[in-house]
Design a protein around this ligand. Sequence first.
Ligand code: FE2
Length: 329
Amino acid sequence: MSELTLGIEGTAHTFGVGIVDSDGKVLANAIDMFRPETGGLHPREAANHHGEVAAPTIRKAVAEAGVTLGDIGLVSFSRGPGLGPCLRMAATAARALSSALGVPIMGVNHCIAHIEIGRVATGCDDPVLLYASGGNTQVIAYSGGRYRIFGETLDVGIGNMFDKLGRDLGLGYYAGPKIEKLAMSGGELLELPYSVKGMDVAFSGIMTAALALRRKGHSLEDIAFSVQETCFAMLVEVTERAMAHVGKDELLLGGGVVQNMRLREMAATMASERGARMFVPDARLCVDNGAMIAWLGRLMYESGVRMPIGETVVEQRFRTDEVDVTWRG
Ligand code: FE2
């Protein structure tokens, strides 16, 4: 069997196709992101986008890697968690490709893929992952043969909250970078609910409170600043407690929201105060991408996991801690 793996990501707005070798070297990582013209992310529209770009993105990845489809020995795809229509589209593309090429197929957990690509790309060994993206916000670490969730959002992912807040503030969609830019000019820390419950966090109340502050006449800059400071402090607090609890001294960041430099700064401060090291993969490996799906598929395959095509059903609520981690000793 060829040692090249092609991975297909399609849990939400991004359709990605990556190709990795057996050492986790990324040979290609093509990404095509659905950008709604107005309003939010509609799962059906995003899935239609994925269907349209599937074949060209696969071709692009193969060309980028300088290989042919005949060189691919394993196809993997994101089984979940994610939006049903998007997941089904990515799974369909993967099944078709696996059948056409006559190679095995592997469905993988998207959140764990973020950890494993982070480990191989940055060289960290046993990190606590702060995974902050549009649809997901979790603090994850390996313990007793599984990746356990030590804390997570009780409502929406932090990135989705930023997007919805940005839309309601008139900043357009995918508003995270705009909020970050505005926050740099803000300075007054306005009061927002600090929503940490045990080890979990919640964001929707913060959004409601931020919109109320806007109606009272506070500037976009101060609101953006306060939202970032509050939300990131919550995330960093929970992450720090998870690191203390499991006794790990590596912090790995993953997910699109960790592109935010203020979040990185706060996480780095926490890590250094604990004597821990922080690791951040390249931007294209932090966001949703096919290379991470390919790499986790390869790890699972090498550890002996096999997935008949009839078992390649998607799981919208696929939990990180459902997966037996067979590839870590
Ligand atoms: Fe993700």
